[in-house]
Every structure is written in structure tokens, then in C-alpha cells.
Design a protein around this ligand. Structure first.
Ligand code: NAP
Length: 307
């Protein structure tokens, strides 16, 4: 690659792992959907904003909306209301959810609990099947063989179509995958220009090796990139702004595109709950990264030069 060449730009659609399911290469996340007293009508506007922008990949979890006082399942239930009011929306989306955490227990992936969690998600979402079911965080006390059996049973019963994990180490991914008949199609670590661990700890290399689609959660560091406070966060913002300014996009769009330039095909999960910001995310397809600029962001995030 010469100095003037740029890294390949991702296609707008790709297959989810080794499945036949086609997903947009930017996803929309609903962690914050059930906040701020949002009604089903408000939520519907956001779902439409994502779908109309070409994002068909929507990510939720049973614990989203948990407020520490019994609000479990609220984000799924709100989306379920949206789908009940407008059933045609279901066919336009690849619906991803997660389970395996039920407060006050830290994590629970015992067969009985996990099977009941899948049924409860289906009921709240008012759908017959979840396109991608992810284990939210690993339960250290669940044998991967037992977890695999429960997940395979759910696939066999048609309750879920494909399987993924989130916040798993590479060894936890390998152990679960070993026991699964229906191999994992995705992994969901935290990835952003402020959270770069998986670029160097082997998680993305494993994703490429196994053909897993990596979904990046909190791609703006939970919003920190929009308003950086620490010296290190500011330094990352400066490097993103250089590219954003030159290419006429916002810093947040530059951040999404920076993740998408990685060869593993990272899908950033846009966390904004504002229609304008959701739509703006697709400008990421316009951004071109040179190796030089890409590494400059990484080095700023590391806070020290590469060896
Ligand atoms: P994020 O994109 O890092 O942060 C989004 C937050 O930043 C929103 O509160 C948003 O507010 C705010 N923000 C401020 N300025 C913004 C700007 N200019 N553009 C866009 N957003 C701006 O993502 P996240 O919400 O933390 O996480 C994204 C998704 O990742 C979640 O919805 C969920 O699906 C997934 N997730 C997964 C896990 C896991 O353990 N697997 C954990 C956390 C999240 P506004 O809404 O006002 O725009």
C-alpha cells in the first residue's frame, strides 16, 4: 500500500458470521431506550430512524432498562410494544438480544435459568424468534457444555436463529464454541477509540479465525468521546478531529469509521437515542482512513508509541 492509498471501506451489508443472515455493518443499540420516560411512540420513531438509515441490525438485552428497582426487561418490552403496534417492522430487522444476567445474582447461565430467560425475552419482544441470541457476560459457575446444550436446544426449537457472546475472553469463546452444534456467529466486546484492548489481546484475531462478526459496544466510550475530559481522551479526540475535519464529518462519525476500518469488520453499535444522530452514523461509509491516520488514533489511545 502506498502512502496515498487508503484502507478498504466496508460494504454496507455483510453476512452475520457464517450464517446466511444479512446485517448492516452499522448496528443500533437499545441499552438506553427505556430511559427518560420514552413511550412506545417515541421508541417507534427511533426504530424507524435506524431502519430508514439502512441499519437493519438492532441490539437489545433483557437487562436493558434495569433500574435497580425491578425495571428488568423494560427495553425489550418497549420494543415489543413497537412491534405489536407495527408488526411489519419485525421483518425489516435482524433482532439481537442477550441474557444470562439476572440481578441480584451476578450471572446465571444454568440450564433452567437460561432457558427461562430466552422464553421471557421472546414474550417481552412479542416475537417467535430472536435472530441473534447472545450470552451477555460469562457465568463462571456454568460449564460451557451445559450452556451449549441449552443454546442448541433453543436453536433446535426455533426460538433463536443464531448464537453469540459478549464480554467473553478468547478462551471462554473457544470453550463454548467447542461444545456447540450451532457455532457462534458473533462476539460483542467493548471497542472504541478509547477502549482498544481487543486490538492487541487476541479477541479480534480469534474473531477473524472463527469467522465471528465483532460487534463493538459503546463505540464512543459511552459518549465520552463527544465530550472528552482526560488528557488522554482529548488526545484521541484531536486525532479523530484531524480526519473528521479533512473529510467533512463529525468526530463521532470518524470514530465509527475508525472501528469499521479494522480487517475483522467491526460493527459499531450506535448508542444514541436521537433520530438525527442515528441517521448521521451512516456517513461513516464516506470516511477514508490511511494507515498513518489510523495508527495515529491508536497511538493517542495507547498514550505511548508503538514499539
Ligand atoms: P456510545 O455510542 O458509546 O454512547 C452513546 C451515548 O453517547 C448516548 O447517551 C448519547 O446520547 C451520547 N452522545 C453524546 N454526544 C453524542 C454524539 N454526538 N453522537 C452520538 N451519541 C452521543 O454507545 P452506548 O450507548 O454506550 O452503547 C451502545 C450500545 O452498545 C448499547 O445500546 C448496547 O446495545 C450495547 N452495549 C452492550 C454492552 C454489553 O455488555 N454487551 C454494554 C453496553 C452497551 P444521545 O442519546 O443523547 O445521543
Amino acid at each position: 500500500m502506498s502512502a496515498n492509498e487508503t484502507l478498504p471501506v466496508p460494504a454496507a451489508k455483510r453476512k452475520l458470521g457464517n450464517s446466511e443472515i444479512e446485517v448492516s455493518t452499522i448496528a443500533w443499540g437499545m441499552w438506553r431506550l427505556a430511559e427518560n420516560g420514552r413511550t412506545a411512540a417515541d421508541a417507534a420513531k427511533l426504530v424507524h430512524a435506524a431502519l430508514d438509515a439502512g441499519m437493519n441490525f438492532l441490539d437489545t438485552a433483557d437487562i436493558y432498562g434495569f433500574d435497580g428497582a425491578g425495571g428488568f426487561g423494560d427495553a425489550e418490552a418497549l420494543l415489543g410494544e413497537v412491534l405489536a403496534a407495527e408488526p411489519a417492522l419485525r421483518a425489516r430487522m435482524v433482532l439481537a438480544s442477550k441474557g444470562g444476567i439476572m440481578p441480584p445474582l451476578p450471572y446465571d447461565q444454568s440450564a433452567a435459568y437460561l432457558a427461562s430467560a430466552i422464553d421471557a425475552s421472546l414474550k417481552r419482544l412479542r416475537t417467535d424468534t430472536i435472530d441473534l441470541y447472545q450470552i451477555h457476560r460469562p457465568d463462571i459457575l456454568a460449564h460451557p457444555q451445559e450452556v451449549a446444550r441449552t443454546l442448541d436446544d433453543a436453536v433446535k426449537a426455533g426460538k433463536v436463529r443464531t448464537l453469540g457472546v459478549s464480554n467473553f475472553t478468547i478462551h471462554q469463546v473457544a470453550a463454548l464454541n467447542q461444545f456447540l452444534d450451532n457455532k457462534l456467529v458473533s462476539t460483542q466486546p467493548e471497542i472504541s477509540p478509547l477502549r482498544i484492548t481487543c486490538f492487541e489481546n487476541g479477541e479480534l484475531d480469534q474473531a477473524m479465525m472463527l469467522g465471528l462478526t465483532p460487534l463493538g459496544w459503546s463505540p464512543l466510550g459511552g459518549g465520552r468521546l463527544a465530550n472528552p475530559q482526560s488528557e488522554r481522551d482529548k488526545a484521541v479526540a484531536v486525532e479523530l478531529d484531524r480526519v473528521a475535519g479533512a473529510q467533512g464529518v463529525s468526530r463521532t462519525v470518524a470514530a465509527y469509521s475508525w472501528l469499521m476500518a479494522h480487517p475483522a469488520g467491526i460493527i459499531p453499535i450506535v448508542g444514541s437515542q436521537q433520530p438525527g444522530r442515528i441517521a448521521e452514523a451512516t456517513e461513516a461509509y464516506k470516511v477514508r482512513w490511511s494507515r498513518q491516520d489510523w495508527y495515529a488514533v491508536l497511538v493517542a489511545a495507547r498514550g505511548e508509541r508503538l514499539p
